[in-house]
Design a binder for this molecule. Structure first.
Ligand SMILES: [Zn+2]
Ligand SMILES: [Zn+2]
Length: 163
């Protein structure tokens, strides 16, 4: 994961007509530099949470999402997780057009990049606001830690972890 330069972040924000406030720059830097989607509660517990209050962080996430600079995926726990979109496009990040894995034990989410979401036919007249495909269970680290193994789920094949 490449960490974007401050000048690039300011430019990105201004191109989407967002004033490059300190909070927007800091949150965007964190999410573009992240290798996985992260929950706001986690951001509030980090450095960001000492620099900005909760309300500011949540509002900033909403603004970045509206501007299309971050993608959000909702976990089975109801918490949204955010990751920066690719800058420039095609260089990783989370454009959201792939399934995600959520560990129910540690709450970590992974982008399952390289796999496309299925095309879904919806009824005429509906307005789609998003789609997501979430696979959940225990991540490999939690399986090792807890010694639990879930039975294989039909239709879901484990892929060898990348080094
Ligand atoms: Zn885990
Ligand atoms: Zn993703």
């Amino acid at each position: 994961v490449k960490h974007p330069a401050a000048a690039d972040l300011r430019e990105l924000l201004m191109r989407r007509e967002l004033r490059p406030t300190a909070a927007r720059q800091a949150v965007l830097a964190r999410l573009v530099g992240s290798s996985r989607p992260v929950a706001p509660s986690q951001l509030c517990g980090e450095d960001l949470g000492r620099r900005f209050d909760r309300v500011t962080i949540y509002r900033t996430l909403a603004a970045l999402k509206r501007a299309g600079l971050v993608h959000a995926v909702r976990g089975t726990d109801g918490a949204w997780r955010y990751r920066g979109q690719a800058t420039p496009p095609g260089e990783g990040g989370c454009p959201g057009n792939h399934p995600h894995f959520l560990c129910l034990h540690c709450g970590h989410m992974q982008c399952l990049s390289g796999q496309r979401l299925p095309h879904i036919q919806v009824s005429p007249g509906v307005r789609v606001q998003g789609k997501q495909l979430l696979v959940y269970g225990l991540c490999a680290a939690c399986v090792r830690r807890t010694g639990q193994r879930s039975p294989p789920t039909p239709g879901i094949s484990p892929t060898p972890a990348k080094a």
